[in-house]
Design a protein around this ligand. Structure first.
Ligand SMILES: Cc1ncc(COP(=O)(O)O)c(C=O)c1O
Length: 353
């Protein structure tokens, strides 16, 4: 399929790299593509960034049939632009599509189209340390219809947003709140898909954590409320007795690409790494026995997010010395060095633009 480009009348001024936040500024262009049962996915096009006109009855607005992804483009010191594991994001996008009854996309074509968009928008990939261009592919259900069923028509779009360094003021360990009143996802539900419903389900507990001066929620499983699943919108890792441990994927956990990278690096460093069911009680016991060395989250936004404090019921525990543990520190450096081209890409994770 040919990707046509409609040029913008006027380009926006570039923001100052040093003042970038997250998700507030968008570039000049977006990628669009439509689906209907007769033409399948068709009419891929790059157009000036702008609003999507839709009927108030459009299905996505009522029943949330939508999926999205989040990945980043990085600028290396020599000025090249590279994507981190984009094929994995596109594969996960199709896994989410299947879970939401959305027609799958051609993975090779989508990668080509995203690269073309970024090539056109390369001036927007920031240069300052720790900054990147965030890429947000999305599909929304477009039928103007109020019946509950899967839509017949869809819009695919990709928007781009230059984002600042997550740790502009240095690595900042977070305080996490284990919720016993709310669950993010349940077995047989949508937890392993990247779909708005999971984020809507997370808001109430997130607000409650913030009101209590905690940064993120630690989610327990939706069946027994006993086993650890994720932290905020990140996967979670523990270092217990020198072993890296993370919850095994069980259908209600998002299979993070950073999670997979952490596991691969830990194994490459000859550390013991295991994916298994972990009860919150085991973590509390490991802390009491002096064996809980580190807790950290992993995700595209922060890469690695060390946890300094955890509250479960009326118990509050401090992890390590409340600062950044050596494993979290080494992983953050190793992953960001690959992303910014400062170290060799031994795993084939990097895709040049
Ligand atoms: C719910 C949730 N869990 C985990 C992750 C981490 O996934 P990844 O490492 O692919 O960014 C994300 C997204 O970033 C997420 O939204």
């Amino acid at each position: 399929m040919q990707i046509n480009i409609t040029k913008a009348q006027q380009l926006k001024p570039l923001p100052d790299d040093s003042g970038l936040g997250f998700g507030t500024l968008f570039t000049d262009y977006m990628l669009n593509m439509d689906y209907d049962p007769e033409n399948r996915w068709h009419n891929p096009r790059i157009e000036p960034y702008g609003p999507i006109q839709m009927d108030p009855s459009t299905m996505v607005l009522h029943y949330g049939q939508a999926i999205f992804e989040g990945l980043k483009a990085f600028r290396t010191e020599s000025g090249d632009i590279r994507l981190f594991r984009p094929k994995d994001n596109i594969r996960r996008f199709n896994t989410s599509a299947r879970a939401l009854c959305i027609p799958e996309l051609d993975e090779q074509f989508v990668l080509k189209a995203i690269k073309k968009l970024i090539r056109l928008e390369q001036r927007w990939v920031p240069k300052a340390a720790g900054t990147s261009l965030y890429i947000r592919p999305t599909v929304i259900a477009m039928d103007p219809f109020l019946g509950v069923r899967a839509s017949h028509t869809y819009r695919y779009f990709v928007i781009l947003s230059p984002v600042g360094a997550y740790y502009a003021e240095g690595f900042n360990p977070v305080k996490i709140w284990v919720t016993r009143d709310h669950v993010r996802a349940v077995r047989g539900g949508l937890g392993e898909a990247k779909t708005p419903a999971n984020y809507a389900a997370s808001l109430y507990a997130g607000e409650e954590a913030h009101r209590n001066s905690y940064t993120q929620v630690l989610w327990l499983d939706g069946v027994e409320q006993k086993y650890i699943e994720e932290v905020g919108s990140m996967n979670i890792f523990f270092v217990i007795d020198d072993e890296i441990v993370t919850p095994a994927l069980n259908g209600s956990i998002l299979p993070g690409i950073t999670r997979d990278s952490v596991i691969a690096l830990g194994k490459a460093w000859n550390m013991r790494v295991s994916e298994k069911k972990i009860a919150i009680d085991e973590v509390m016991a490991a802390h009491e026995n002096g064996k809980l060395q580190e807790i950290f989250g992993s995700g595209t936004a922060a890469v690695i997010s060390p946890v300094g404090e955890l509250k479960y019921g009326d118990k509050v525990i401090r992890i390590g010395n409340g600062g950044v543990g050596p494993v979290a520190d080494k992983l953050f450096k190793a992953i960001t060095d690959i992303q910014y081209g400062k170290s060799e890409d031994l795993f084939g994770w990097v895709e040049k633009i």
